[in-house]
Design a protein around this ligand. Structure first.
Ligand SMILES: [Zn+2]
Length: 329
């Protein structure tokens, strides 16, 4: 073979090889495209299906509405309440909660639970069997017309005279409530709204027997029940409740309190000291009582903060309890 012939053959060979390489490349690219398409065909429906499965998943934790446990609507399924409930599930297993309960340090219990809102969520979810809303010695006790004290003639321990705020009738409060009241009184004075005093604080079962009987005598039972608790059904018997009046040269009465500078300040700031205005205007259908801007109930700063921040108006709603507009019998 001549050199030219050899060159020509080499050239043809090289051309064939280039053609083969191009063909292999096209085949490889084609195969890659087929694989990618196959992957798309296989994976996309799964992604769509799994998204649909999330959408169709059953509603998460339920909520207690008016004492009835209901599935939470999808719109309410925000991550925060779910997390709170999850955290709450183990609340009673938390060593810090157990220790605080044993020490009867209610504020530490709520703090160990992760704060007032976590505590509330746990109780509402039924995830805190170690917390009883019926224990009259606890700051979270709920007393209303469907929830009498137990025992009916319960007497609190650690009652004391009021240390800072004037008591017009020489009354007593639980010492933790009194300390908070002292701070509230100082806060009102510092805010420049004037002095406050306490007209009525702890009332024993025995006292309530005569107080209620007097109301019934004066007003008839229906009117008495709208404004005064039957014996064993009064928050005053816990040592955690008080009726406040405003004082200037003298002290006003209960009915005046809501309109005074002190009354308005208390409505806005009592929670900062651990108190709530227990019977607000417009909630008689839940609490069973007409508006009483003077009646403060101590629940402790952590719970009062959650109550305020959550925009609650009744302790019944706060703890997911049924409305108590009237006595059961
Ligand atoms: Zn009262």
């Amino acid at each position: 073979m001549s050199t030219r012939a050899t060159d020509a053959a080499d050239t043809r060979k090289a051309a064939r090889e280039r053609q083969m390489r191009r063909r292999r490349r096209r085949v490889a690219i084609g195969a890659l495209i087929v694989v990618l398409l196959a992957a798309l065909v296989l994976l996309v429906p799964r992604v769509i299906l799994s998204t649909a499965a999330v959408d169709a998943a059953p509603a998460g934790p339920g909520v207690v509405v008016g004492g009835v446990y209901e599935r939470a609507p999808v719109a309410q399924e925000l991550p925060v309440p779910q997390l709170a409930v999850v955290a709450a599930a183990a609340l009673c297993d938390e060593p810090a909660v157990q220790a605080a309960l044993a020490a009867r340090d209610d504020e530490a219990v709520v703090e160990a639970a992760g704060g007032g809102e976590s505590f509330r969520a746990a109780v509402i979810a039924g995830a805190a069997p170690c917390i009883s809303l019926s224990d009259p010695a606890r700051r979270w006790v709920v007393v209303d017309k469907l929830r009498p004290l137990s025992p009916l003639d319960y007497e609190p321990a650690n009652l004391g005279s009021l240390s800072q705020v004037t008591s017009l009738n020489g009354g007593h409060l639980r010492q933790d409530a009194d300390a908070a009241l002292s701070a509230l009184g100082a806060g009102a004075a510092a805010a420049g709204v004037g002095d406050v005093a306490v007209l009525s604080s702890y009332r024993s079962y025995r006292t309530q027997v005569s107080t209620y009987a007097q109301h019934v005598d004066d007003e008839g039972q229906a009117v008495a029940d709208a404004g005064s608790a039957r014996p064993g059904y009064s928050e005053h018997q816990t040592g955690l409740a008080l009726d406040m009046v405003a004082c200037g040269r003298g002290c006003g009465g209960l009915d005046d309190f809501g309109a005074t500078a002190q009354g308005q300040w208390v409505a806005q700031h009592a929670w900062e000291y651990g108190f709530i205005v227990r019977y607000e205007d417009g909630y008689m259908g839940v609490t069973g009582y007409e508006s009483e801007p003077w009646h403060l109930r101590f629940i402790g700063p952590a719970l009062a903060k959650a109550y305020h921040d959550g925009g609650f108006h009744t302790l019944e709603d706060f703890f997911g309890l049924p409305p108590a507009p009237d006595y059961a019998g």
